[in-house]
Design a protein around this ligand. Sequence first.
Ligand SMILES: *Cc1c(COP(=O)(O)O)cnc(C)c1O
Length: 223
Amino acid sequence: METITENVKRLLSEVPEGVEIVAAAKTRTADEILEAIEAGVSKIGENYVQEAVSVHELVGEKAQWHFIGHLQSNKVVQVVPIFDMIETVDSAKLARKIDKYAELNNKIMSILIEVNSGREPQKNGVMPEDIEHLIREIAPLPHVKVMGLMTMGPFTGDPEDARPYFVETRRIFNHIKDLNIPKVEMKYLSMGMSNSYKVAIEEGANIIRVGTKLFGERICKFE
Ligand SMILES: *Cc1c(COP(=O)(O)O)cnc(C)c1O
């Protein structure tokens, strides 16, 4: 078995310049996260608020924190103070709530809009045709900054199956970028996980969210 340190160093050497790694750390301990940071990871992704709050207390500002799970609006109050980016915004209502708590925390919260690129009815994220309207609605909020898009895509196990969904998300990304909506800075495209990050990078991802490949198999599978 490889150590977290070895896994991180290998991935860092493999990924092209300009692509940022978010270590997807759900179910991992503060010690595991600290080892990843020590080895060179600078961004930690968390899905669950309670877990994030407790590891954040131990790890703190040694890394930047990305929220990558489904965010319930009653949890925004806990998420805004400790996270640097929320990757999973999928409604104007949620964005308004983030805006309100960001103002109370004296910060401007960077967000990505989550695209339901597979158009799966039971999945989180915004349908591709609704992205532009939603971004135009969120853009004027003073304490929220739209910085790009995130997608999961349907999970099949074969990374090639994910490619069309990454291509579609990239197309929407470019479209929104070309619109030059005031205050919107289309900078980040977050796509790809342990099994699919190579395909995602080929299709333009500049944030990849990698868990298993860095930390090993999760005992408890959430997704
Ligand atoms: C868990 C998770 C990942 C990483 O998954 P792995 O297959 O372990 O790399 C990426 N994105 C999100 C939103 C996740 O919940």
